[in-house]
Design a protein around this ligand. Sequence first.
Ligand SMILES: [Zn+2]
Length: 258
Amino acid sequence: MDADKLLIQKFNNQTLVNDFDIKLLKSSDFYGGYISANKRLYKEIPNNAFFKNILKESIKGVPLVKIGSTGEKLMVVSGVHGNELPPQLASLYLINYLLSQELNGTIYVIPFVAPNATMHNSRSFKSMDLNRSTLVEGSLTNIIFKLIKSQNIKAVGDFHSTGVNSTPGIEAVFSSLNPTAESYNIGQFISKNIGCKLLNYPKAGDNYNGALEDECNLASIPSVTCEVLSPFGYLKKGAYQRSLLQMYSFLSYFDVFK
Ligand SMILES: [Zn+2]
Protein backbone atom coordinates (compact mmCIF):
# COMPACT_ATOMS: atom_id res chain seq x y z
CA MET A 1 0.00 0.00 0.00
CA ASP A 2 1.19 3.41 -0.95
CA ALA A 3 0.30 6.26 1.40
CA ASP A 4 -0.84 8.38 -1.53
CA LYS A 5 -3.68 5.96 -2.17
CA LEU A 6 -4.94 6.55 1.35
CA LEU A 7 -4.95 10.30 1.02
CA ILE A 8 -7.95 12.22 -0.02
CA GLN A 9 -8.62 11.94 -3.70
CA LYS A 10 -11.53 14.19 -4.38
CA PHE A 11 -13.80 15.33 -1.66
CA ASN A 12 -16.49 16.62 -3.89
CA ASN A 13 -17.38 13.46 -5.74
CA GLN A 14 -16.51 11.04 -3.00
CA THR A 15 -19.15 8.44 -2.35
CA LEU A 16 -19.58 7.65 1.32
CA VAL A 17 -20.38 3.99 1.70
CA ASN A 18 -20.41 3.74 5.48
CA ASP A 19 -22.53 5.06 8.28
CA PHE A 20 -20.73 7.42 10.56
CA ASP A 21 -21.49 9.03 13.80
CA ILE A 22 -19.65 11.67 15.83
CA LYS A 23 -20.19 11.70 19.55
CA LEU A 24 -18.38 13.38 22.40
CA LEU A 25 -16.75 11.26 25.07
CA LYS A 26 -18.77 11.46 28.24
CA SER A 27 -16.84 13.14 30.97
CA SER A 28 -17.58 15.22 34.00
CA ASP A 29 -15.02 17.81 33.03
CA PHE A 30 -14.45 20.19 30.15
CA TYR A 31 -11.89 18.81 27.75
CA GLY A 32 -12.49 20.72 24.54
CA GLY A 33 -10.10 22.95 22.67
CA TYR A 34 -9.64 24.95 19.48
CA ILE A 35 -7.58 22.76 17.16
CA SER A 36 -7.43 25.79 14.84
CA ALA A 37 -5.28 27.55 17.46
CA ASN A 38 -2.55 25.01 16.75
CA LYS A 39 -1.42 26.78 13.60
CA ARG A 40 1.11 24.18 12.49
CA LEU A 41 -1.52 21.46 12.57
CA TYR A 42 -4.47 23.51 11.38
CA LYS A 43 -2.82 24.76 8.21
CA GLU A 44 -2.34 21.17 7.07
CA ILE A 45 -5.94 20.08 7.66
CA PRO A 46 -7.84 20.01 4.36
CA ASN A 47 -10.67 22.45 4.13
CA ASN A 48 -13.67 20.17 4.09
CA ALA A 49 -17.05 20.28 5.76
CA PHE A 50 -16.67 16.91 7.43
CA PHE A 51 -13.32 17.79 9.04
CA LYS A 52 -14.70 21.20 10.02
CA ASN A 53 -17.45 19.39 11.87
CA ILE A 54 -14.93 17.27 13.81
CA LEU A 55 -12.98 20.42 14.71
CA LYS A 56 -16.20 22.09 15.81
CA GLU A 57 -17.08 19.15 18.05
CA SER A 58 -13.55 19.25 19.50
CA ILE A 59 -14.29 22.70 20.91
CA LYS A 60 -16.94 21.08 23.11
CA GLY A 61 -15.06 17.94 24.11
CA VAL A 62 -13.31 14.82 22.84
CA PRO A 63 -14.72 13.64 19.50
CA LEU A 64 -15.34 9.95 19.00
CA VAL A 65 -15.98 9.03 15.37
CA LYS A 66 -17.62 5.70 14.68
CA ILE A 67 -17.50 4.34 11.14
CA GLY A 68 -19.41 1.31 9.95
CA SER A 69 -21.68 -0.89 12.00
CA THR A 70 -20.77 -4.49 11.21
CA GLY A 71 -18.28 -7.05 12.44
CA GLU A 72 -15.67 -6.59 15.10
CA LYS A 73 -14.96 -3.30 16.80
CA LEU A 74 -11.49 -1.76 16.55
CA MET A 75 -10.16 1.53 17.84
CA VAL A 76 -7.58 3.98 16.50
CA VAL A 77 -6.42 6.61 18.97
CA SER A 78 -4.23 9.67 18.41
CA GLY A 79 -3.38 12.81 20.29
CA VAL A 80 -2.75 11.16 23.66
CA HIS A 81 0.20 13.55 23.53
CA GLY A 82 -1.16 16.83 22.19
CA ASN A 83 2.14 17.98 20.68
CA GLU A 84 2.50 14.88 18.51
CA LEU A 85 0.93 16.22 15.37
CA PRO A 86 1.44 13.63 12.56
CA PRO A 87 -0.92 10.95 13.93
CA GLN A 88 -3.62 13.54 14.67
CA LEU A 89 -3.54 14.74 11.08
CA ALA A 90 -3.30 11.14 9.82
CA SER A 91 -6.40 10.12 11.76
CA LEU A 92 -8.48 12.69 9.88
CA TYR A 93 -7.27 11.23 6.59
CA LEU A 94 -7.99 7.77 7.95
CA ILE A 95 -11.57 8.75 8.76
CA ASN A 96 -12.01 10.10 5.26
CA TYR A 97 -10.57 6.93 3.75
CA LEU A 98 -12.69 4.62 5.90
CA LEU A 99 -15.85 6.43 4.91
CA SER A 100 -15.28 5.54 1.28
CA GLN A 101 -14.36 1.87 1.76
CA GLU A 102 -16.40 -1.28 2.16
CA LEU A 103 -15.48 -2.46 5.65
CA ASN A 104 -15.57 -5.69 7.59
CA GLY A 105 -15.77 -4.08 10.97
CA THR A 106 -16.74 -1.09 13.03
CA ILE A 107 -13.94 1.42 13.52
CA TYR A 108 -13.82 3.91 16.34
CA VAL A 109 -11.42 6.79 15.71
CA ILE A 110 -10.46 9.34 18.34
CA PRO A 111 -8.44 11.90 16.37
CA PHE A 112 -7.78 14.24 19.32
CA VAL A 113 -7.70 12.61 22.74
CA ALA A 114 -7.09 15.95 24.41
CA PRO A 115 -8.16 18.80 22.10
CA ASN A 116 -7.11 21.29 24.76
CA ALA A 117 -3.56 19.90 24.84
CA THR A 118 -3.47 19.89 21.02
CA MET A 119 -4.65 23.50 21.04
CA HIS A 120 -1.67 24.44 23.21
CA ASN A 121 0.72 22.10 21.38
CA SER A 122 1.42 20.52 24.75
CA ARG A 123 2.53 16.99 25.58
CA SER A 124 0.74 17.01 28.93
CA PHE A 125 -2.82 17.82 29.82
CA LYS A 126 -3.56 19.36 33.22
CA SER A 127 0.06 18.53 34.15
CA MET A 128 -0.68 14.89 33.42
CA ASP A 129 1.05 12.60 30.94
CA LEU A 130 -2.04 10.87 29.58
CA ASN A 131 0.03 7.89 28.50
CA ARG A 132 0.97 7.25 32.12
CA SER A 133 -2.44 7.84 33.64
CA THR A 134 -4.81 5.29 32.12
CA LEU A 135 -5.61 4.00 35.60
CA VAL A 136 -6.08 7.46 37.12
CA GLU A 137 -9.81 7.68 37.74
CA GLY A 138 -11.44 10.26 35.47
CA SER A 139 -8.37 10.98 33.33
CA LEU A 140 -9.04 11.14 29.60
CA THR A 141 -7.19 7.89 28.90
CA ASN A 142 -9.10 6.31 31.80
CA ILE A 143 -12.40 7.38 30.22
CA ILE A 144 -11.24 5.88 26.89
CA PHE A 145 -10.06 2.69 28.60
CA LYS A 146 -13.47 2.25 30.22
CA LEU A 147 -15.18 2.85 26.88
CA ILE A 148 -12.95 0.23 25.23
CA LYS A 149 -14.01 -2.29 27.83
CA SER A 150 -17.71 -1.38 27.90
CA GLN A 151 -17.97 -1.43 24.09
CA ASN A 152 -16.08 -4.73 23.81
CA ILE A 153 -13.51 -3.22 21.46
CA LYS A 154 -11.45 -6.10 20.07
CA ALA A 155 -8.13 -4.27 19.63
CA VAL A 156 -6.64 -0.81 20.05
CA GLY A 157 -3.94 1.03 18.10
CA ASP A 158 -2.49 4.10 19.80
CA PHE A 159 -0.59 6.37 17.42
CA HIS A 160 2.20 8.71 18.47
CA SER A 161 5.25 10.54 17.13
CA THR A 162 8.71 10.88 18.57
CA GLY A 163 11.63 13.25 18.17
CA VAL A 164 15.02 11.79 17.20
CA ASN A 165 16.49 12.64 20.59
CA SER A 166 13.52 11.29 22.49
CA THR A 167 12.27 7.76 23.26
CA PRO A 168 12.09 5.66 21.15
CA GLY A 169 13.57 8.19 18.69
CA ILE A 170 12.87 5.93 15.72
CA GLU A 171 9.85 4.90 13.70
CA ALA A 172 8.61 1.85 15.56
CA VAL A 173 5.79 -0.30 16.89
CA PHE A 174 5.60 -1.20 20.57
CA SER A 175 4.03 -4.50 21.53
CA SER A 176 4.21 -7.08 24.30
CA LEU A 177 4.01 -10.84 24.50
CA ASN A 178 2.33 -11.39 27.88
CA PRO A 179 -0.41 -11.62 28.83
CA THR A 180 -1.83 -10.83 25.37
CA ALA A 181 0.33 -12.43 22.70
CA GLU A 182 -1.79 -11.00 19.92
CA SER A 183 -0.22 -7.62 20.67
CA TYR A 184 3.07 -9.09 19.48
CA ASN A 185 1.43 -10.59 16.38
CA ILE A 186 -0.09 -7.25 15.44
CA GLY A 187 3.20 -5.45 16.11
CA GLN A 188 5.13 -7.90 13.99
CA PHE A 189 2.58 -7.61 11.18
CA ILE A 190 2.80 -3.81 11.08
CA SER A 191 6.58 -3.84 11.41
CA LYS A 192 7.00 -6.20 8.45
CA ASN A 193 4.17 -4.70 6.47
CA ILE A 194 5.46 -1.16 6.35
CA GLY A 195 9.09 -1.65 7.33
CA CYS A 196 9.54 -0.14 10.76
CA LYS A 197 11.18 -1.41 13.91
CA LEU A 198 9.35 -3.73 16.31
CA LEU A 199 9.97 -2.96 19.98
CA ASN A 200 8.47 -5.96 21.72
CA TYR A 201 8.47 -6.36 25.49
CA PRO A 202 8.13 -9.70 27.29
CA LYS A 203 5.44 -8.37 29.55
CA ALA A 204 2.97 -5.48 29.25
CA GLY A 205 3.52 -2.77 31.85
CA ASP A 206 7.18 -3.67 32.41
CA ASN A 207 8.48 -0.43 31.03
CA TYR A 208 5.63 1.98 31.48
CA ASN A 209 2.89 2.23 34.02
CA GLY A 210 -0.43 3.57 32.93
CA ALA A 211 0.18 3.58 29.18
CA LEU A 212 -3.03 2.99 27.27
CA GLU A 213 -1.44 0.19 25.23
CA ASP A 214 -0.05 -1.60 28.28
CA GLU A 215 -3.24 -1.36 30.29
CA CYS A 216 -5.28 -2.71 27.35
CA ASN A 217 -2.87 -5.63 26.98
CA LEU A 218 -3.01 -6.30 30.71
CA ALA A 219 -6.81 -6.37 30.36
CA SER A 220 -6.52 -8.94 27.51
CA ILE A 221 -7.36 -6.39 24.82
CA PRO A 222 -4.63 -6.64 22.15
CA SER A 223 -3.00 -3.29 21.67
CA VAL A 224 0.05 -1.66 20.06
CA THR A 225 1.62 1.79 20.15
CA CYS A 226 2.95 3.10 16.84
CA GLU A 227 5.49 5.90 16.54
CA VAL A 228 6.62 7.97 13.57
CA LEU A 229 9.49 10.41 13.53
CA SER A 230 8.71 14.10 13.81
CA PRO A 231 9.93 16.79 16.19
CA PHE A 232 7.46 17.47 19.01
CA GLY A 233 5.12 20.28 18.11
CA TYR A 234 5.91 20.07 14.40
CA LEU A 235 4.83 18.11 11.35
CA LYS A 236 7.92 16.69 9.71
CA LYS A 237 7.50 16.27 5.97
CA GLY A 238 6.12 12.82 5.16
CA ALA A 239 5.49 11.90 8.81
CA TYR A 240 1.69 11.91 8.76
CA GLN A 241 1.71 9.68 5.68
CA ARG A 242 3.83 7.15 7.61
CA SER A 243 1.43 7.35 10.53
CA LEU A 244 -1.50 6.82 8.17
CA LEU A 245 0.22 3.73 6.77
CA GLN A 246 0.66 2.41 10.31
CA MET A 247 -3.05 2.91 10.95
CA TYR A 248 -3.99 1.24 7.69
CA SER A 249 -1.67 -1.65 8.47
CA PHE A 250 -3.12 -2.05 11.98
CA LEU A 251 -6.63 -2.31 10.53
CA SER A 252 -5.44 -4.62 7.73
CA TYR A 253 -4.24 -7.13 10.32
CA PHE A 254 -7.94 -7.63 11.17
CA ASP A 255 -8.99 -7.93 7.51
CA VAL A 256 -11.07 -4.84 7.80
CA PHE A 257 -10.79 -3.93 4.13
CA LYS A 258 -12.90 -5.93 1.70
ZN1 LIG B 1 3.49 10.09 22.52
